[in-house]
Design a protein around this ligand. Structure first.
Ligand SMILES: [Zn+2]
Ligand SMILES: [Zn+2]
Length: 87
């Protein structure tokens, strides 16, 4: 069966956006809005459930991302090796 346009778009999106640490794929495109309510559209260049690390520029899942620092787990460990000892 031939894949539809949307299926192809989703497949490429998932191949492109996955957690750099554990490989969790994007759940889909992020939704953008002009005013938070109307004119919503899906942004295929942004994953809905992954965060962008401001240090290495990769996407990681919430589990491997530090919201307070904006770094992924690997960059956080490089910068603050002692922070991990707390887990
Ligand atoms: Zn992950
Ligand atoms: Zn990083």
């Amino acid at each position: 069966m031939a894949e539809s346009f949307l299926q192809g778009q989703m497949r490429r999106h998932v191949e492109q956006f996955r957690c750099a640490v554990c490989g969790t794929p994007s759940s889909g495109p992020a939704y953008e809005s002009m005013d938070g309510l109307h004119h919503r559209w899906s942004n295929w260049n942004r994953p809905a459930n992954l965060h962008w690390c401001r240090d290495c520029g990769r996407y990681v899942c919430a589990e491997h991302f530090s919201l307070s620092n904006g770094y992924c787990a690997e960059c956080l460990e490089k910068r603050y090796p002692q922070a991990r000892a707390a887990d």
